[in-house]
Write a protein that binds this ligand. Sequence first.
Ligand SMILES: [Zn+2]
Length: 486
Amino acid sequence: MKKTFFSLVAVLMAVSLQAQDKVTKAVLEMGRSDNQVMQHAEYMARNIGGRLVGTHMLNHAEDWVIQQFRSWGLDVQVQEAVVIGVGFDRGPWSGRMLSEDGMQLHFGTPAYTAGTCGRQKGRVLLEPKDQNGFNRIKGALKGAWVLLETGPDTGLALDASPKADSLRAVALAEGKKVDVPYYRQMVEAGVAGFIRPAKRPMQVLYNRAMCFKLTMETLPTACDILLDEHQFAIIKRKAENREDFQLEFDIRNHFFPGPMKYHNILATIKGTKYPDEYVMMGSHLDSYDIATGAVDDGQGVCVTMEAARLLAAAGAKPKRSIMFCIWTAEEYGLLGSLHFVKNKTVPWNKISNYFNRDGGPLAATSITVSPAMYEDFKTVCEPLFDYNPEFPFTVHKWDEPRPRPDRPRGSDQSSFAVQGIPAISFRESDVYGHNFRYRDIWHTEDDLFNKLIPAYLEHSAVVQAVTAYGLANLNHLLSREGLYKE
Ligand SMILES: [Zn+2]
């Protein structure tokens, strides 16, 4: 009797091990022969593009992600996380200098700043330095473009909020230095817009306080232009020489009444034995909109989606649930993931680990974990060690835990880490030496599809799928011993 029982257990164990191997094997094979990560990325860049919170395109992207997950057979939960009162969509923009030595202008405008009413021509004035300076140009300001020296820019919009106005007024009254002291006076005099110098590649962001407090009655009216610093220097020289020339801009920044609602998309492969325990991975769907957000964080979303597709297609039925999280509003302060964690959408003690992917389009080639997790990761990642000889995967033990962050920062993993939830991510590397520098892409006009490195993304999708599946099949959650330095 006893003997039969043990052999039955042995057979069952063998069956489950075999099943696991079958799924992992299928993922590894499909990862080579039918990896679709670049198809997702192309759809995201070509059909969708920039996905700023407030835009219709972010809603369109959500619909697409939901539909993809459903078509692969995953359970999809759509969680409303952010509401913004006024929507903003961007059309094309162009500008030129009208003179004998005229040129096309290379510029951008932060999100939620004013556009023009069609092509708008105007003279160029220099920012007044004091009250006398303002008085001297006040009659010429209507319809003019004003060059501001307030740089170097950070890509943020000029603060046009009432609070900023009162700070400027106070500073002026007390004779203190402040950026653009005559901002409100110039707006009231009817300037067409302000122009600041910008470094290349250009960063064009927003001003968070202004976006969320905006109403259709308080829309900005003066344009806020960040112009290539080399062109800025040429134009400034001409203005200083009082040359007769004009600039013409056509900027299609459109506002519309909301509320606009944005969501976390939570796709799950349900666990068979511990369905309320989770291995999680995620990336953020929102992006800046001067480019297409192909890297930040389109590549992360596409890797997460492909990991889900590979596992679903391989028929994965893990013991524990695997959740694929596509966050919203990361760029506005991790709003989506914070909402998820604070609401305990998944109880904090039921999360084995959350893997975040939000960085360069690089290859996941290693992971560094706590000594208490080390053996589990070694076992689970074993199929990856020699999967691709060009990207040997390695598991490392850390010498010392990192401190637990005291507030959320960086990216969505920190929404988890501040609560003491394991949120260890893979380490990524530029194996082929593509001279990759995140700074060149991050939040800039160069965050484009052509910056993606297909082999790296394909490999990373396999790494994430195999690791998550292995962890979901353990008989226990990952240990939290020695996870954070308290
Ligand atoms: Zn990001």
